[in-house]
Design a protein around this ligand. Structure first.
Ligand code: TXA
Ligand code: MG
Length: 425
């Protein structure tokens, strides 16, 4: 059942990975690493001082529990039994299911979706080796086995469970490339393992199978339809809200707890809403300002009426960002490992136009994510970050139908949380 990671020990990459694993074991400065969902900011989940380092680097409130990443089922079972798990051979069988500490409800999910973008909520055992900072006072913890060779190799080398939130600065969009991590956390951490752009681009689905019916606490890389095909999960319900939660601190009226948010306010047009007219647009942008667009399924722009493209900027097509670019961007970081999947960078088509709105010129930065849900999920966070870099004053996003399946529900959940303004027809 466990995925075996083969490491050739004489490569430069293996040397970097070993160094990163050593830092995880001994340092209190967290290590950023790639997963198939988003980049994680990892620390030894059994050492309080190391876990505190995560909250410090992210500037994240410590009342938010962290997901614990495992490299093998044996490692998870050992934690649940709170004693080293002997690889028992019972009558020639590799394991005795009667003594398996993993609750039965989760076994079909683990068999089907691990390693992969699914986090399960488990009871934290008495005498748990997990640092209390991981669970933020809860009696449960989230566990996941990432599907990324570098993540699995790192966890195995470190030989401890790794607590890791997404490796963004608190409130910012999650990082889906090593350069995003460097941008947010440069100066705060020392180590980034560069695995190239993330395949899924949205965080893992968090499920609670300890409640009846089972609940999805956060939509993500595994859809409700996929979950419902598993025995015991047919009646899975949605247990999350699609709106930004209010912070625990009293805040100015109308101010939301920001999450997944770029600097510029996001105006989210729900699916089926036509693109804004020039009149509507001028409400969102000052004269001589810059406005960003993230287009998905149906919006097609014809700027011929308004002006001509003034220039075409960074086309982040598959091949344009290579590990070499990332390497030079990340100069100064200790651990860089060859990008494994640099051909998976979203084929963002970024264009710049000049547009005349009520007599004044406005710069439009236009990103088309394509129409495929997986491409949209992979490119959403990167697009929000790109528009921030382009210093737009507003980001207008074309939403998708969250009932479409796949990662559509995750994409819309993140966009609604990021949005200052939501518009529906
Ligand atoms: O894909 C992912 O899950 C990424 C990568 C790095 O693995 N990690 C990630 O972690 O997104 P973070 O910290 O940004 O989100 C953790 C989520 C939060 O929604 C948190 O509330 C929930 O998991 N969570 C963690 N422990 C929990 C628990 N005991 N009960 C309920 N929810 C929990
Ligand atoms: Mg996060």
């Amino acid at each position: 059942d466990d995925l075996e990671v083969q490491l050739s020990t004489d490569s430069q990459d293996a040397e970097y990975l070993c160094l990163a694993a050593e830092r995880l074991r001994s340092s209190d400065i967290p290590v950023a690493f790639p997963t198939e969902t988003v980049y994680g900011l990892g620390a030894d989940a059994t050492r309080s001082s190391a876990v505190k380092g995560i909250y410090k680097a992210k500037q994240r409130p410590s009342d938010n529990p962290l997901i614990v990443h495992f490299g093998s089922l044996q490692q998870l079972r050992a934690l649940l039994s709170s004693k080293p798990f002997a690889d028992t051979q019972v009558n020639g069988h590799a394991e005795n299911l009667d003594t398996d500490p993993i609750p039965e409800i989760y076994r079909p999910l683990i068999a089907k979706f691990w390693p992969g973008p699914l986090t399960i909520i488990l009871p934290n055992p008495k005498n748990s080796p997990l640092a209390p900072e991981v669970t933020a006072g809860l009696s449960t913890f989230g566990a996941r086995m990432p599907k990324h060779a570098l993540a699995l190799a790192l966890i195995k080398l470190a030989n401890v469970p790794i607590a890791a939130p997404s490796a963004n600065a608190s409130t910012k969009p999650s990082p889906t490339a090593a350069e995003h991590v460097a941008y947010d956390l440069g100066g705060r951490i020392e180590t980034i393992i560069d695995g190239g752009p993330c395949d899924v681009g949205m965080e893992s689905t968090v499920v609670d199978g300890l409640s009846n019916p089972p609940l999805i606490l956060r939509p993500g890389g595994i859809s409700i339809e996929q979950l419902r095909t598993c025995p015991g999960w047919e009646k899975t319900e949605i247990g999350y809200k699609n709106v930004a939660e209010l912070g625990s601190q009293p805040r100015a009226p109308g101010m939301k707890y920001r999450h997944y948010s770029p600097k510029a306010p996001v105006v989210l047009f729900e699916t089926g809403t036509p693109p804004p007219s020039a009149d509507e647009l001028s409400k969102f942008v000052e004269s001589n300002g810059r406005i960003g667009f993230v287009r998905t399924k149906t919006w097609i722009f014809n700027f011929a009426d308004h002006g001509r493209p003034v220039s075409r900027i960074v086309a982040k097509s598959d091949k344009s960002i290579t590990s070499e670019h990332v390497r030079s961007d990340l100069n100064g970081f200790a651990c860089l490992v060859e990008a494994l999947n640099s051909d998976r960078y979203p084929t963002n088509n970024v264009e710049k136009f000049s547009l005349s709105l009520s007599g004044s010129q406005v710069q439009v930065i236009d990103i088309a994510l394509g129409t495929d849900i997986a491409d949209i999920a992979r490119g959403t966070f990167a697009a929000l970050r790109e528009l921030d870099k382009q210093n737009v004053s507003t980001i207008v996003v074309e939403g998708i139908d969250d009932a479409e399946g796949g990662t559509a529900a995750a994409v819309m959940n993140r966009l609604r949380k990021a949005a200052e303004i939501q518009i529906s027809s």
